[in-house]
Design a protein around this ligand. Structure first.
Ligand SMILES: Nc1ncnc2c1ncn2[C@@H]1O[C@H](COP(=O)(O)OP(=O)(O)OP(=O)(O)O)[C@@H](O)[C@H]1O
Length: 509
């Protein structure tokens, strides 16, 4: 249940969002439109999802803002091979195009299809790749549950399939972090995939209760659909009729009748996922589900991989903009709960910056927060501090003029020595005041983090993994393009890279 039929967001071909050029539209849902995109420097393919922040009645508007905030937060924090990778969240700033100005744009890895399309295009019977796809879905869910999250909107349209066969969970607009045994989300969901208890939960000011077992139910429905050529496990010509049939089953008024085409082992597992009440269903955890699906799919059982690094509750530009505009609700920060934009640091992150390191105390939290936003292991607080020291000596009012590649003078400003034009492309709101300013240390450092994070990923994709600190320091001075073309640290930044490496050793905890 989204917002009914909403017009797609129209973005002109060739439009720029940060370093991404927008190409053709891929599709639209109730909450936004997705476009194919490519990186302007290296042509990396991506998909950019523009999330609505316009439209509607005041009531819908609140739900929409909250949904956007959730989608930004969980997309950026999720870090798993079976969860779509999100590169960045941008806030479009374009007063000349009121239809685009202020929209949130999520840059993601690009998939070829979603599972709904695959089911619809299949001739009937199980999809040939069903076990592999279900294994990916279960592993992605196990990861989310392992982090204390509920996906909240699992359905075939939210399972993406990439050209190389990768399976990714997507769409985190109804994702929530558990507070004890359950979480609260806006009373939105997809009729065909919500569990029977959803209908009887009261919706309070916080929203509707969800538990991980809601995802397990939805997995049971999806597995049945995938293994039976698209059939829903409950009878009925409409989603409403099927939801009523599921509730009748949950009350004990009708038996569960799974389609005969579903193989026996799978039927057993699906029946466990579709246990009528959530307490019984909760006996199957996300991790157990992934192991069971792995066995049925003939894939080696693998323990749930922890996230490479626990990332913060981040308030990126889009979220901060919503808050600043007074439109973000308290539910935005599921872990904080009071809507205050102060991120909490897990204690481990502080250890990355040596206690005695000569880094100004006022900059430390911004440096550490910034590093926590990036999943790449190379982008540590110590590296960010080392590059800042080499760039500006931590002077927050630094200003330098240097000669650019065509002999043209280039001016750089602030603690992170941003060139205003480049800053604009990566601008990240580090202090949550709704604006981005290269002279503000939190904004300058957060933006540096977004850029370094992108560079690290791009270097890894190009097989450039030796001496990432030197490569990143060099690219920050020159550009990612120059470093990639050289295939290593360019001659002219060797001295600079060496200084950064020295500071890195000094600052590492
Ligand atoms: N990373 C991606 N790569 C390629 N296509 C994508 C990507 N993310 C979403 N899409 C596609 O874009 C279209 C719109 O997706 P979106 O998530 O906005 O809506 P939906 O999930 O189909 O609908 P709703 O949000 O109403 O449930 C869908 O066809 C979806 O498969």
């Amino acid at each position: 249940m989204g917002l009914g039929s909403t017009p797609p967001i129209t973005v002109p071909y060739g439009y720029r969002v940060g370093f991404w050029r927008i190409n053709e539209p891929i599709g639209s849902g109730s909450w936004g439109s997705v476009y194919a995109a490519e990186h302007v420097e290296d042509g990396t393919r991506a998909a950019v999802k523009f999330l609505r922040t316009d439209l509607l009645t005041p009531g819908q508007r609140g739900a929409m803002d909250e949904r956007v905030a959730r989608e930004v937060r969980f997309s950026l924090e999720a870090d798993h091979q079976h969860v779509v990778r999100t590169h960045a969240a941008h806030t479009v700033r374009d007063p000349e195009r009121p239809g685009l100005d202020g929209l949130t744009a999520l840059v993601m890895d690009r998939a070829e299809h979603n599972l709904q399309e695959l089911i619809a295009g299949a001739p009937g019977g199980p999809l040939p790749l069903a076990p592999r796809i279900l294994h990916g879905v279960a592993a992605g869910l196990a990861h989310l549950h392992g982090r204390g999250w509920v996906h909240g909107d699992l359905k075939p349209a939210n399972v993406l399939l990439a050209g190389d066969g990768s399976v990714w969970l997507a769409d985190f607009g109804l994702t929530a972090e558990l507070e004890g045994t359950h979480a609260y989300v806006p009373p939105l969901g997809t009729l065909d995939h919500v569990p029977p208890e959803w209908w009887s939960e009261r919706t309070g000011a916080q929203g509707t209760k969800v538990r991980p077992s809601a995802d397990i139910w939805a997995f049971g429905v999806v597995a049945h659909q995938v293994l039976s050529g698209g059939l829903h496990p409950f009878p009925g010509a409409t989603a409403r009729a099927r939801a009523l049939a599921a509730q009748a089953y949950a009350r004990g008024a009708a038996p569960l009748r799974l389609d005969a085409s579903v193989p026996a082992g799978w039927r057993e597992l699906i029946a466990e996922c579709l246990r009528p009440d959530h307490a019984a269903r909760a006996r199957l955890t996300g991790e157990q589900l992934a192991l069971r699906v792995g066995e049925l799919a003939g894939r080696p059982a693998r323990p749930v991989r922890p996230a490479r690094r626990r990332r913060l509750v981040v308030l990126l530009a889009a979220v901060a903009t919503l808050l600043a505009a007074g439109t973000g609700s308290g539910l935005l920060l599921a872990s904080g709960g009071d809507g205050a934009p102060g991120p909490e640091l897990p204690p481990s992150s502080a250890q990355d910056l040596a206690a005695g390191a000569d880094v100004p105390a006022a900059l430390r939290p911004h440096i550490t927060n910034t590093a926590m936003r990036c999943a790449d292991e190379a982008v540590t607080p110590a590296l960010i501090a080392a590059i800042l020291k080499a760039e500006s000596g931590f002077a927050t009012d630094a200003h330098r003029v240097r000669r650019g590649k065509d002999g043209i003078a280039v001016q750089e400003f602030g603690v992170a020595m941003w060139t205003p034009k480049v800053f604009r492309d990566w601008a990240t709101d580090g202090d949550g005041d709704g604006t981005t300013d290269y002279m503000s240390p939190p904004d300058a450092i957060a933006t540096m983090g977004s850029y370094l994070c992108y560079l690290a990923r791009s270097f890894r994709e190009h097989g450039l993994t030796d001496d990432l600190p030197g490569l990143l320091a060099s690219a920050y001075r020159t550009s990612g393009k120059v470093v990639r073309a050289e295939g290593g640290v360019p001659e002219r930044t060797r001295g600079h890279a060496e200084r950064v490496r020295r500071f890195l050793v000094e600052f590492s905890g």
